[in-house]
Design a binder for this molecule. Structure first.
Ligand code: PMP
Length: 430
C-alpha cells in the first residue's frame, strides 16, 4: 500500500528556490537527490517532530544532522538563546560564556586543555590541520576513504557525506596540489595505515573515530589504538574529528568511550546546540601556537558567538549520565525494531548503531569500509526512504549518513516509527 502526501507548497518553493540557490538548497544533502525526490521545505519543528510547509508531520531522524540531541526548540535552549540575544547578538570582544564552555569541554575531554571556537566544523577541521602542519613542520595528511571533515580543499579526496552520495571522487576547483598532500587509505585497514606511515612523514592522521559520513562504520577492535601507535611512531599528530560523535556517543565523545586520546579534537554540532558553533582543541602546548598566543593565524568575526555559546552550554548542561543512558536505550530500541521489521519481510539489511547514532545498510553484512558501504543496495534504501517519508517518518535521505535519534524521541515516537518501518519494508518486498 502506498500512501500519498500533499507536497504542493514544497514543490512551489522548490521551483522558486532553484532560480536563486544552486540546486535549490544551501547544502547538498537537503536536496534529497540520492533518494530520487525533491526536497521538503520545513515550516517548523518541536521536540522530535517536524512540520513541512504543506502541513505534513514527520518524526525527524535527521535533527539537523546532529546538533539537536535534545530535539527541536527545547525550551531551556530557546530561553538561553533569547536571554543571550537580549544582551546583544555579537560583540567582537570576549565574553564569560566562552570560558565556561571551554572549561566544560575540558572536563568532558581531558585531552582538550584549550580550545579555539569557529563557526563551522569545516573551519575547525581546516584550522586543526594548519596547526598540525605548523607544529610538525610537515604537510602531508593521512585520511580515510569515505570520511568527511568538511569541504576543505585538501580533505575532499574520496570524502563521504554529500560527496559519497553524488559519487564525486573529489571536487572540481580543488587544486591537484591540495589533493596530492592527502594520502587516503581504507577505514579499518591497519596494514594500509602501517604501509602509508612507512612511506610518508605525516603532519596528521585524521579520523572520524566512529565514521558516520559513509553511514556509520565503527572501528574494528583495536583500530583507534593502532592509529594512536602509528601516529606516535610516525611523529604525526592524531586528530579525531568528533564533530558528530562529540558529546553524543557519551559525555566525552568517542575518545572517552574507546579510551584513545587524540592530540587534537575537532568538535561541532552538539557544541553549538543548534546554532553555528564548532571548535578545535588539544594540549596547551599545541594550542598555544594559535594566534595571538602564538603565530599560527586563525580568526573569525562570529567565532564564540554569544548566542551559539549560550545554546551550546544549555545543551551540554542537560547532557548528564541519565540523559546518555536514555539516548543509548532509545537508539538500541530503534535499532532492534528496525532489525526485527526487516527480518519479518526478509529484506537483507544491517543496522549498525552506537549510542545516539545508527545506519540502516541495505546489505547482508555491515560494511567495514567505504567500498563496502558503496556496494550496498542504494536503490533499495532510496525506495524505502520514500516509503517512510510518505508515512510520516523522516530518515536521512542518503545511506551515507547516520540517523540521529534524540532525547525528544519517546517510546510513542518509536512505536509509530516502527509501524511505518514495517509498512515501508512490506511495500518494498512487494
Ligand atoms: N566533520 C564531520 C565528521 C562532519 O560530519 C561534518 C559535517 N557533517 C563536518 C566535519 C563539517 O561540519 P560543518 O558542516 O559544520 O562545516
Amino acid at each position: 500500500m502506498s500512501v500519498s502526501i500533499t507536497d504542493a507548497k514544497s514543490a512551489e518553493l522548490y521551483a522558486r528556490a532553484v532560480q536563486r540557490l544552486p540546486g535549490g538548497v544551501n547544502s547538498p544533502v537537503r536536496a534529497m537527490r540520492a533518494i530520487g525526490r525533491d526536497p521538503i521545505f520545513v515550516d517548523r519543528a518541536e521536540g522530535a517532530e517536524l512540520v513541512d510547509v504543506d502541513g505534513n508531520r514527520y518524526i525527524d531522524y535527521v535533527c539537523s544532522w546532529g546538533p539537536l540531541v535534545h530535539g527541536h526548540a527545547h525550551p531551556e535552549i530557546l530561553a538561553a538563546i533569547i536571554d543571550a540575544a537580549h544582551r546583544g547578538t555579537t560583540f567582537g570582544a570576549p565574553t564569560a560564556g566562552e570560558i565556561d564552555l571551554a572549561e566544560e569541554v575540558g572536563r568532558r575531554m581531558p585531552a582538550v586543555e584549550m580550545l579555539r571556537m569557529t563557526s563551522s566544523g569545516t573551519e575547525a577541521a581546516m584550522s586543526a590541520i594548519r596547526l598540525a602542519r605548523a607544529a610538525t613542520g610537515r604537510t602531508t595528511l593521512l585520511k580515510f576513504a569515505g570520511a568527511y571533515h568538511g569541504h576543505v580543499d585538501g580533505l575532499l579526496a574520496r570524502a563521504g557525506s554529500g560527496l559519497a552520495t553524488a559519487g564525486i571522487p573529489t571536487s572540481p576547483g580543488v587544486p591537484p596540489s591540495a589533493a596530492h598532500e592527502t594520502i587516503i587509505v581504507d577505514w579499518n585497514d591497519g596494514e594500509a595505515v602501517a604501509r602509508a606511515c612507512a612511506e610518508h612523514e605525516f603532519a596528521a592522521i585524521l579520523a572520524e573515530p566512529y565514521p558516520a559520513n559513509m553511514g556509520l562504520v565503527p572501528p574494528v577492535e583495536g583500530f583507534l589504538q593502532l592509529l594512536r601507535n602509528q601516529a606516535d611512531d610516525n611523529g604525526a599528530l592524531l586528530v579525531f574529528d568528533e564533530v558528530i560523535t562529540g558529546f553524543r556517543v557519551g559525555p566525552g565523545g568517542a575518545q572517552e568511550r574507546d579510551g584513545v586520546q587524540p592530540d587534537l579534537t575537532v568538535m561541532g554540532k552538539v557544541i553549538g546546540g543548534g546554532l553555528p558553533a564548532a571548535a578545535f582543541g588539544g594540549a596547551r602546548s599545541l594550542m598555544e601556537h594559535i594566534a595571538p598566543a602564538g603565530d599560527v593565524y586563525q580568526a573569525g568575526t562570529l567565532s564564540g558567538n554569544p548566542l551559539a555559546v549560550a545554546a551550546g552550554m544549555a545543551t551540554l548542561r542537560m547532557l548528564d549520565e541519565p540523559a546518555y543512558l536514555r539516548l543509548g536505550a532509545t537508539t538500541e530500541a530503534l535499532a532492534g525494531g528496525l532489525r526485527d521489521a526487516a527480518a519479518v519481510v526478509g529484506v537483507p539489511v544491517s543496522v549498525v548503531s552506537v549510542p545516539g547514532l545508527l545506519t540502516v545498510f541495505f546489505s547482508e553484512t555491515p560494511p567495514r569500509d567505504y567500498p563496502a558501504a558503496q556496494a550496498c543496495d542504494l536503490d533499495g534504501y532510496a525506495a524505502w526512504c520514500r516509503a517512510l517519508l510518505a508515512r510520516g517518518v523522516y530518515p536521512p535521505p542518503s545511506q551515507f549518513e547516520a540517523w540521529f535519534p534524540s532525547l525528544a524521541h519517546t517510546s510513542e515516537h518509536l512505536d509509530r516509527t516502527l509501524d511505518a518501518v514495517h509498512a515501508a519494508f512490506a511495500e518494498l518486498a512487494g
